[in-house]
Design a protein around this ligand. Structure first.
Ligand SMILES: [Mn+2]
Length: 272
């Protein structure tokens, strides 16, 4: 299929969120936006998605650069207003984290534009702690914040392999659909219709595919399994993030390459 047959309906703005403030273990994801961009625009590949969309074609992708974040409480509002201003232009946003705490302010902005937003989260971890080590904004808590603020109609989690009793309580309270790596058929059947936001934590992948994360959890998903689920999503993907890449833990850029692959295919789904 050549690019001339693909109709571009939306411009996707890519924006980097270089923050590590709410990481609970290792630091490093603040360096991820630079690493993902370098992989995305590297001569190791080309600018075409698997179905033939040229990311460099007019009106497909714009890059807003990295936000200036100060590792302070004020960052959340800086993130939310930057996302809102892109949504006000009717762009769709691909955010490059950063630790997973960034998803809460991003969704605060999205919820102002999209009522009844569904979220699909690829992750080894549920991230449903009401607070983690006394930090309610921890990267282990963004989906607890999103759900208790009523910012999403429903949450589907895929790749989960670290559920704990306190997080199970929160999952049950908000009817979260949480799927392990052994039930991808059921997960595929639970993929939502309607406006959907996709959040990819790189530790959803098996560490064999992406060693460059702060919390390696073996027994994870393959790159291809995640791509298949992104393609099969019946809903309209209106926004996405790729978070928790830790370049300091990477091996020869292979995790950054996986993150850039997800970026390409998410841009395809958002743009067309
Ligand atoms: Mn995770």
């Amino acid at each position: 299929m050549s690019e001339t047959h693909i109709r571009v309906k939306n411009t996707v703005t890519m924006i980097g969120l270089p923050t590590d403030r709410n990481s609970s273990y290792l630091r490093g994801p603040a360096k991820a936006p630079k690493a993902i961009r370098a992989a995305l625009f590297s001569d190791q590949g080309n600018a075409f998605t698997e179905l033939g969309l040229n990311l460099q074609a007019e009106g497909v992708l714009s890059d807003a650069g990295d936000l200036s974040l100060t590792e302070s409480h004020a960052d959340a509002e800086v993130i939310a207003s930057a996302i809102s201003s892109q949504l006000d232009r009717d762009h769709r946003v691909l955010s490059l984290g950063g630790d997973h705490s960034v998803t809460f302010p991003i969704i605060q902005a999205y919820a102002r534009k999209y009522a009844g937003l569904h979220i699909v989260q690829f992750d080894a971890h549920p991230d449903l702690y009401l607070d983690f080590r006394s930090n309610p904004n921890s990267h282990a808590s963004p989906f607890a914040r999103i759900l208790e603020h009523g910012l999403a109609r429903a949450l589907v989690q895929i790749g989960i392999r670290t559920m704990t009793p306190p997080q199970r309580v929160v999952a049950d309270r908000y009817d979260v659909k949480s799927f392990g790596c052994y039930e991808l058929g059921a997960a595929a059947n639970a993929l939502p219709d309607g406006p959907v936001y996709v959040s990819i934590d790189m530790d959803a992948l098996d560490p064999a595919f992406a060693p460059g994360v702060s919390h390696r959890e073996p027994g994870g998903l393959s790159v291809r399994e995640i791509l298949e689920l992104i393609w099969r999503l019946p809903g309209d993907i209106v926004g996405a993030d790729i978070v928790e890449l830790n370049p300091d833990e990477d091996f020869r850029g292979m995790s950054a390459a996986a993150a850039s692959k997800f970026a390409k295919e998410l841009i395809y789904r958002m743009a067309t």
